[in-house]
Design a protein around this ligand. Structure first.
Ligand code: NAD
Length: 264
């Protein structure tokens, strides 16, 4: 099963360090022969990502802050110039002010709502549009979401609303680009200890709760998310688009926590 991505080139956005979900996906894709370009947000992340990118033979590393649309345009201009086209895209970008990733959703400020939705949701639409323009032979796109989109999770607040909008975008974009042979899907990952994950208040408690109460009674690994990324970005999933694919140890099917805990 090796070499599923041989001859395929793509862009990975959202690696902050070697704990990032995007890095888990990139490592798996590299092991299957993919060639990748990476973006980074700011010089500090750039320094951390450089050795990671080099370790899998990638030399295209570009700055990009999705709030600055000129930096997004530049990424796709460079890719068009260097490669002419791409085959896949990974969007693993999200942001909300950490002071509002606690307490009540009702207290979300207008400023934070706009910023969180722009970075965590609308950036996906803007990026897919630009990626599709350099996917003449079709392609596959994956973004990252979380179960807090459809069910209430403590402290997830505006990020849950942004993920709901992101998941809806996946379906609309799948329709928009389907006839061009471009597939658009999302991975809904269980909690992972990353920079973005750790800013959610009490994230450790949520992590441990899902670990205890998911059917598999554990959390998921970056390699497991990488495996699903490989499936969705390769021809293995050729007939799949507009899907929200859960990689969460089955937590999304659970209604009640395990009863033995309540009986104690
Ligand atoms: P991470 O901190 O490693 O990655 C988040 C990335 O978003 C970083 O690389 C950061 O630079 C980037 N980013 C934020 N604002 C940006 C901006 N304005 N412009 C460009 N990039 C920006 O954390 P992660 O957990 O790997 O997050 C990746 C994705 O996975 C996010 O969409 C997140 O919501 C999602 N996700 C995370 C978990 C989890 O438990 N960690 C679970 C499900 C989904």
């Amino acid at each position: 099963m090796e070499g599923l991505m041989k001859g395929k080139r793509g862009l990975v956005m959202g690696v902050a360090n070697d704990h990032s979900i995007a890095w888990g996906i990139a490592k798996t894709l590299a092991a299957h022969g993919a060639e990748m370009a990476f973006t980074y947000q700011g010089e500090a992340f750039g320094k951390r990502i450089k050795p990671l990118a080099e370790s899998i033979g990638s030399s295209i590393l570009l700055p990009c802050d999705v709030e600055d649309i000129a930096s997004v345009d530049n990424v796709f201009d460079v890719l068009k110039e260097k490669w002419g086209k791409i085959d896949f895209l990974v969007h693993a970008i999200a942001y909300a002010d950490k002071t509002e990733l606690r307490g009540r959703y009702a207290d979300t400020s207008r400023e934070n709502f706009n910023k969180a939705l722009l970075i965590s949701c609308f950036s996906f639409t803007e990026i897919v549009k630009r990626a599709a323009a350099i996917m003449p032979d079709g392609g596959s796109v994956v973004t990252l979401t979380y179960g807090g989109s459809t069910r209430v999770m403590p402290n997830y607040n505006v990020m849950g609303v942004a993920k709901a909008a992101l998941e809806s975008s996946v379906r609309y974009l799948a329709m928009d680009y389907g006839e061009q042979g471009i597939r658009i899907n999302a991975i809904s990952a269980g909690p992972v200890r990353t920079l973005a994950g750790s800013v959610i208040s009490d994230s450790r408690l949520m992590y441990n709760f899902q670990k205890r109460h998911s059917p598999l009674a554990r959390t998921v690994t970056l390699d497991e998310i990488g495996g699903s990324g490989l499936y969705l970005l390769s021809e293995l999933s050729g007939g799949v688009t507009g899907e929200i694919h859960f990689v969460d140890s089955g937590y999304n099917i659970v209604s009640m926590p395990r009863l033995d805990e309540l009986k104690r």
